[in-house]
Design a protein around this ligand. Sequence first.
Ligand SMILES: Cc1ncc(COP(=O)(O)O)c(C=O)c1O
Length: 395
Amino acid sequence: MKKTTRVNHPPSVAVPAGNTPVVAPIYQTVKFEFETVDATLRALSGEQPGFYYLRSSNPTTRALELTLAELQGRDDCLVCASGVGAIAQTLIALTRQGDHVLCFLESYGPTRFLIRRLLARFGVDHTLLSVEDLDGIERTLASRPTRLVIFESPTNPINRIADIGGITRLARAHGALTVLDNTFAGVHAHGQFPVDVYLHSLTKFVSGHGDVMGGAVIANAALIATLRADFSALGGVLDPHAAYLLQRGIKTYFVRYRAQCASAQRIAEFLAAHPAVERTHYPGLPQHPGHALACAQMSEFGAVVSFDLRAGAQAAARLVESLQLFAMAASLGATDSLALPPQLLASRDLDPQQQQRAGMAAGTVRLSIGLEDVDDLIADLQQALDGIQTERNLE
Ligand SMILES: Cc1ncc(COP(=O)(O)O)c(C=O)c1O
């Protein structure tokens, strides 16, 4: 073999039977081959197991899918290149011209963007309500055939709690699918409800380290089977190396998530008691309007804490700028704490009245709590809030 051939056909090193790697290796390959055309065709038609092309499946991404499905309490999953990819591909695969979709003011902005801008171009209509308006949800479902209801709990960025039992009951009664973006609550949460499809941004708590993107769609096997061909054609697949990093992140998922939630609770209590803070949005606080529902639905209350600074938008921007331990950055769920001021949080597709109905105030700040010592985080918030108070006293 010439050297130019050898570099393209390196010696293969087989791991002997009974000699297994403790950490599963990454199958960083786009292609798999069989010995014969027949075997290839049998694998492609599903008659025999096997892998052919990464856009359809790969052992590393498949291992992640099976792990996520089990954590969420369903039997199958498709992973995607990002959380938004998972949302977009699900919406496209589940809807057709003439369908009606129910969505909410309290949701991640790009979800509404996809429905209101993209699906609308293909003749899919929508109704936009507040996720707390159960009567409105019932009236809408009763008044027009609805393909799906897409919602979150807790919602981004205000932490409103959706009545998942109520919404799934109404949707089932009226023949609509329920799609729950479960990113804030986590991949272990809300499996007890008859939700049809769970969506996740794996970029957040599953990765946990802010260094890899991914998304997941989790449902029963029959529903996932109906999505599989469309997902492969749409092409937003997860790379095996990203899948490997996500699988690695999952090993510490529960330890991280619970520690971050415990710190979030302490920080929410600190903020709620601070005179510069008008309102603290954290479902673990007894005074939060969704507290009782959250206690019934969740085992932890999440690692995102939002609050309204009395002094308004400009002061909120300065407050975030003066934080030392919180990076002013998008995303959430990683080991390092983050803060976003209202200028970077507001959804541009909502008018001021809708922003207000969605719970956004002029001085709303969103914190994502990481794994730093909680006393250090509180001290940092204290110094930033003191700075704002001093500014106000000097005015
Ligand atoms: C609730 C929610 N869903 C989906 C996404 C999108 O995830 P990704 O950034 O992985 O595309 C985000 C991102 O912030 C989110 O907060």
